[in-house]
Design a protein around this ligand. Structure first.
Ligand SMILES: Cc1ncc(COP(=O)(O)O)c(C=O)c1O
Length: 386
């Protein structure tokens, strides 16, 4: 086995979840998904596709009608994008891996803004690229970007800048001005930007236009910019188990993406793509309702967490996570395991997202039932008194 694979760390979130296995009494908020099932109109569209016998291989880059529908959806929020610049992928994570395979070779430098979902640092490492971590820092409990320091880190040597905003786990989001500065800088250095914007619709900040979304590179980039944006059906359409996502990329990359999809998964399953089409057809009736429910969850959890004397937390502008620290608890893995064992509360340890997030905990607040969050805070408060 390649050494780099042997050295990949096992998931620390799984480690905590395994500690709670078989315990039905644990209130679990450790994984990045809602406990709400995929909307029925999406499930029905996939079931009908299967009933029609759509069980065959399909286009590498996705069904033409889905590529067009995605392009219309993206264009309704951002600058106009044609279907020809959309690649349908078998999940967001697969799209991100394919983008990285297209862009970063062995030994090439990939700068990743951290803390971040660990897959984003593992993927370039698996490809043999040289991963350089650029850390956000904390001010008043909130994670912040030192923009001049990031721009000084990204040089002509940097092949790819990988940035996830709204960010998992911190909730930090790039501002439009920061995006402009990063884009202008990367044009000068010849660096590709891979923007993971899978949480763009889970946005609690100010919105303009009919489809509020977090600031996106898609609002400011030109079609030929060296920019790949990764998206997913998982989060805004409650489709985590479907494994469906897409990339927006410049025309020059599309043939390469098609080849790489052929060698990775060949195509996304047609019945899954039909589910995606149904999701997009009702996006603007479904997503705003989902975001409103998530906002209730966020506004239920955050003030209660912040009211605990030992806790430091800042409200996230986007995503579905509260990221917080508890005074005196510096070993997040041990603390998360203790919360499972003694408190019946399942959270993700900050250490899962890199050393920069050690001492922090991530709480996914996406839930059908905000009362679960209230109960969870009571359990945390109880555990802190132990
Ligand atoms: C930051 C980020 N990017 C991408 C993904 C990928 O989502 P999926 O592979 O389910 O489409 C996730 C999932 O948790 C994520 O947190």
């Amino acid at each position: 086995m390649r050494a780099v694979i042997a050295q990949l760390p096992a998931s620390k979130i799984r480690e905590v979840a395994n500690a709670g296995l078989g315990r039905g009494d644990v209130l679990a908020f450790w994984f990045g998904e809602s406990d709400e099932v995929t909307p029925s109109f999406v499930r029905e569209a996939a079931a009908e596709s299967l009933a029609r016998g759509e069980t065959f291989y399909a286009h590498n880059l996705g069904l033409p009608e889905l590529r067009e529908a995605i392009a219309r959806y993206v264009s309704s929020m951002h600058r106009e994008v044609p279907g020809a610049r959309i690649a349908v992928t078998s999940s967001g994570v697969s799209g991100l891996m394919i983008a990285m395979q297209a862009l970063a070779g062995a030994g090439e430098e990939v700068v990743v803004v951290v803390p971040v979902w660990p897959n984003l640092t593992a993927q370039p490492a698996i490809l043999g690229a040289e991963v350089k971590r650029f850390a956000l820092h904390v001010r008043d409990g909130a994670w912040q970007l030192d923009l001049p320091a990031l721009l000084a880190t990204v040089t002509e040597r940097t092949r790819v800048l990988l940035v996830n905003a709204p960010n998992n786990p911190t909730g930090w989001t790039l501002t439009r001005e920061e995006q402009r500065a990063i884009l202008a800088h990367c044009r000068r250095t010849g660096t590709w930007i891979v923007a993971d914007e899978v949480y763009e619709r889970l946005w609690f900040g100010p919105g303009d236009g009919p489809c509020p979304a977090a600031p996106s590179f898609a609002d400011i980039a030109e079609p030929e910019d060296r920019l790949v944006i990764a998206h997913s059906f998982s989060k805004s359409f409650l489709m985590t188990g479907w494994r469906l996502g897409w990339l927006v990329a410049p025309a020059e990359l599309m043939d390469a993406l098609g080849k790489l999809i052929e060698f990775n998964t060949s195509c996304a399953p047609v019945f899954v793509q039909r589910g995606g089409l149904a999701a997009l057809a009702q996006a603007e009736t479904f997503v705003p309702g989902l975001v409103a429910r998530m906002r209730v969850c966020r506004d239920t959890l955050l003030p209660r967490l912040a009211a605990l004397p030992e806790v430091t937390v800042a409200p996230p502008m986007g995503g579905m996570y509260a990221f917080f620290r508890v005074e005196g608890e510096d070993d997040s893995l041990a603390f998360a395991k203790r919360l499972v064992a003694d408190g019946g509360l399942g959270l993700a340890p900050g250490a899962a997202f890199g050393g920069e997030a050690e001492g922090w905990l991530r709480w996914c607040f996406a839930s059908r039932d905000p009362a679960r969050l209230v109960q969870g805070v009571e359990r945390l408060a109880g555990a802190l008194r132990l």
